[in-house]
Write a protein that binds this ligand. Structure first.
Ligand code: FUL
Length: 452
């Protein structure tokens, strides 16, 4: 009955509500992507063997020899620690290909690894498929090895490589490219539209990442920090990969006409590639948990880079941090204190499509079944119908009056709040400002693990 009433309310609401332009909404592939929450990046190439972040294209393929490379082991650790998608650097700025591309000899085929018969991309893609993770790749447009780079011919070269990766490795869920380039790089006009339409044609389910989308945008920094206010909408006029306003990307734009949510890419180490000297600088589990709050907890998605070492394996400190990171998150989010109340069922069922509609000015009280202590709150909107909340107030009942816990801005897919412990048996949420009635899909109250 409640469901029917809710559905009816949703169905008739637009008749009463005048909002001007319809809100931008995610495509099914964007919606599926957002729900992955934690995804992994693998930066691996000749750079790993020369201790550099950017090679210059002159590296000999002979140096690439990850003798213990074991894709199932790498992907197994990522699966165990809760990552849902793996993106491998198929080609970084130095131009070395981790797969045996037919259009260049500058690849694993010219390396001693597996006598030149190996294919890192294939092994990662197969391991992902076998273990139920999604697979994606980074194909750097800037290529310092390829002689055609800087001429129109390079666009065809790039598209041929893209086609190889899009047709020989099963389902691809994300294609990652950027406009990064060194100061002295040759001039080159990339055919981004041509690249993107090839991806659409060959892998229609894949989301396309660049600074400005078209499906997923950069969060504007590499320190793992989505804006406290983070809209999934932006306008891209005047911007292109490599030519974007990072501050704008960080917060998004409440009046943006395009749905292009933010992806937070950050490395577990200071660099993107493995350097032995950074073994002592691996982010702690606590720091990773903080990154989770700053990305997933701010309507973004975490793309955490864990670089394989020269043997082709994750280094021990990285694995230890990953395991603790997931253990802490599991501990914190194990018990939603609102879930034991039947009346809260629809909002604690982990489904975005069961929600209540709250217009601006409306409050809702959530009861706990007994006085409890908590210091984390979770809210989620049914973003399938757009992102709506602009300002909301969270309060608790102290026995005689409502006390403020937090006033906050955007919710979107997920908003996590951290605050000093509160003890109460009821909370109140008030929507202060919203673009349209907020479709509140999930609420949660949690007591953080002591290890946070
Ligand atoms: C940047 C690159 O220049 C870095 O090396 C790294 O790959 C990062 C994720 O993207 O644009």
């Amino acid at each position: 009955m409640l469901r029917i009433c809710l559905l009816l309310l949703v169905a008739i609401w637009p008749v009463f509500y005048t909002s001007g332009q319809p809100l931008p909404k995610p495509t099914p592939r964007q919606l599926a992507w957002q729900q992955l929450e934690t995804t992994a990046f693998l930066h691996f190439t000749v750079n790993t063997y020369i201790d550099k972040e950017w090679g210059d294209g002159t590296e000999s393929p002979q140096i690439f020899n990850p003798v213990d490379f074991d894709a199932n082991k790498l992907v197994g650790i990522l699966k165990e620690t809760g990552f849902k998608l793996v993106i491998i650097t198929a080609k970084h700025h130095d131009g070395f290909c981790l797969w045996p591309s037919k259009v260049t000899a500058h690849s694993v085929a010219s390396s001693p690894w597996k006598q030149g018969k190996g294919d890192v991309v294939k092994e990662i893609a197969d391991a992902c498929k076998k273990q139920g993770l999604k697979f994606g790749f980074y194909l750097s447009p800037w290529d310092q090895h390829e002689p055609t780079y800087g001429t129109a011919k390079y666009n065809n070269f790039y598209k041929t490589q893209l086609r190889e990766l899009l047709t020989n490795y099963g389902e691809v869920s994300e294609v990652w490219l950027d406009g990064a380039k060194g100061k002295n790089a040759k001039d080159m006009e990339y055919d981004f539209n041509g690249y993107w339409s090839l991806v659409r044609q060959l892998q229609p389910k894949a989301v396309l990442f660049s600074d400005v989308g078209p499906d997923v945008r950069w969060v504007g920094n590499e320190s793992g920090n989505a804006g406290e206010t983070c809209w999934s909408t932006i306008n891209t006029t005047g911007m292109a990969p490599g030519k974007a306003n990072s501050k704008y990307l960080n917060t998004g734009d409440p009046n943006g006409k395009l749905w292009i949510p933010a992806e937070t890419d950050v490395s577990i180490r200071p660099g993107w590639f493995y350097h032995a000297a950074e073994d002592s600088k691996v982010k702690t589990a606590k720091q990773l948990v903080n990154l989770y709050y700053q990305s997933v907890g701010r309507n973004s998605l975490l793309l955490l880079n864990i670089p394989p070492n020269r043997q082709g394996l994750f280094a021990d400190p990285d694995v230890a941090s990953l395991r603790d990171f997931r253990a802490i998150l599991n501990e914190t989010f194990k018990t939603n204190l609102l879930a034991s109340q039947k009346s809260n069922h629809n909002l604690t069922d982990n489904k975005l499509n069961t929600f209540i509609s709250l217009p601006p000015g409306q409050s809702i009280v959530f009861n706990l079944n007994k006085k409890s202590t908590f210091d984390r709150a979770l809210f989620q909107e049914n973003i399938a119908q757009g992102q709506r909340n602009e300002t909301a107030l969270l309060e608790y009942w102290d026995g005689s009056k409502w006390q403020k816990i937090n006033q906050f801005t955007t919710i979107g897919y997920k908003r996590l709040l951290r605050f000093p412990p509160v003890q109460t048996d009821k909370i109140r949420l008030t929507i202060i400002k919203a673009k349209e009635p907020v479709q509140l899909a999930e609420v949660g109250l949690f007591k953080a693990s002591a290890r946070e």
